[in-house]
Design a binder for this molecule. Sequence first.
Ligand code: LAC
Length: 278
Amino acid sequence: MDIVPGLAQGKALDISQSAPVVNFDSGVSGAKSYEETAGSEVVIITAGFSRKPGMTRDELCLTNMRVINDTIHNVVSHSPDCTIIMVTNPVDAMTYLAIKASKLPRNRVVGLSGVLDGARLSSFIADELKVPPASVSACILGEHGKNMVVIPRLTTVKDKPLTELLSKETIDKLVARTIMGGDEIVALLKTGSAFYAPSAAAARMAEAIILDKKETLLCAAHLDGEYGIKDTVISVPVKLGKKGIEEIIELELTTEEKQALNKSAEAVRELIKTMKLG
Ligand code: LAC
């Protein structure tokens, strides 16, 4: 659904009409009010403003906070048992806000970050090594933003660590491009941010939840002592299934990686403070 009249219905019709061509049989419909979304099992929230060229995700925080408070209220009053996938930026802070505003348990609210950042890194690595993108498994933790923590040691190509396949210099270049991956697209599009990779990533997460796949994906999750970090949201590997986040997986990190993760968590915590949630 969308608050712009006709937009969701028009998109839904257009998508439905692609079904005979690409051969899918799911029903697609666009709604104009929250009533029509009642009883949803999974709700993906993309409401809010996106960045303009040169803006950081953090600059959207206070504006999108108002949109998200209102959206969450409407979503939860119609679908009290849903699992929420947050996409709105700055996604870590908005996921934290969504947990507070919805009063849902932390396992029922998950943010889109690592799947997307990992997909960006995987596509750059695949281009560099001339391998299929799906043969790359990226490990990216922390903030969906400039403090993202890429772990090349745990990033693999057909089970081989990236650190054995590319020079440090090349890895650093690909990591830097990944961290600015969203910004690169915003700068090119000029109006709006990326659509296709974020929506593919959100769909992958929704599918893991709806089909109870227990799939481990990198997602923004509320930490309560995991990784020695409390009361903030960052990307970590989580197992997604019917109950939402069914497990937070704690990787063995080196001292340096832990320090980077703590710095990333601190940056998100500082941003959360600006919302004065009390
Ligand atoms: C991006 C937005 C979704 O990274 O944050 O493209």
